[in-house]
Design a protein around this ligand. Structure first.
Ligand SMILES: Cc1cc2nc3c(=O)[nH]c(=O)nc-3n(C[C@H](O)[C@H](O)[C@H](O)COP(=O)(O)O)c2cc1C
Length: 185
């Protein structure tokens, strides 16, 4: 089982990383993590080369990520909430999913080359609703061919209780890993 995790946090020991750690500890198979802040991946510049072919004109770290998406059984979007959204770097990296959009328009599978599950891990300080971030994460997971998307795992008061101390959120992340390992959503 291959799991691909997009980490949208700049903090190397932060709340999102704590949730990712709880998930991966109970996950079987291989897990690859794309650290959006450290990956050398540029945003889409809408050059439109991918209108004609399922590939990107920009030659950077995203080439490997495309391979990981196509080989994945599970994909996770894990991010802090910034201004009620996923972080800008997460959106930059995932703007490069555009080849999949045009592939589907041409009647090709694109990133929907196989059935795969999606998961959402969110950390928030406690200010406002996660609804917009959840909506965006679901759109992006569907763009990567995730046909079953699990309930979001969230630690939403990290200013008061850091995710690493949020027993409920850590348990939910671990439960997601166990469910996927057992072949459930
Ligand atoms: C620029 C910025 C914007 C933020 N906006 C929100 C927000 O809208 N809602 C919220 O609950 N927390 C917000 N936060 C707090 C972070 O989501 C919170 O500290 C989170 O736990 C950080 O996760 P990390 O340690 O994985 O980076 C914001 C933080 C920053 C730096």
């Amino acid at each position: 089982m291959n799991t691909l995790i997009f980490n949208g946090s700049p903090r190397q020991q932060g709340d999102t990383v704590a949730l990712i750690g709880a998930l991966t500890a109970s996950l079987s198979g291989r897990a690859d993590i794309v650290g959006c802040y450290r990956a050398r991946i540029s945003p889409c510049v809408d050059c439109r080369a991918c209108r004609a072919r399922f590939s990107c004109a920009i030659d950077d770290g995203m080439s490997e990520v495309y391979r990981l998406i196509l080989a994945s059984d599970n994909i996770v979007i894990a991010s802090p909430i910034y201004y009620s959204e996923l972080t800008g770097r997460m959106l930059d990296v995932l703007s490069r999913l555009q080849p999949g959009y045009y592939a589907r328009g041409r009647g090709e599978a694109g990133f929907s080359n196989r059935a795969r599950r999606g998961g959402i891990l969110l950390a928030g300080g406690g200010d406002g609703s996660p609804a917009d971030a959840i909506t965006r994460a679901r759109i992006l997971l569907r763009a990567m061919g995730c046909n079953e998307i699990s309930e979001p795992v969230m630690s939403l008061k990290t200013e008061v209780v850091p995710a690493a101390m949020d027993a409920e959120a850590l348990a939910a992340a671990a439960a997601l890993g166990r469910a996927w390992s057992a072949g459930r959503s």
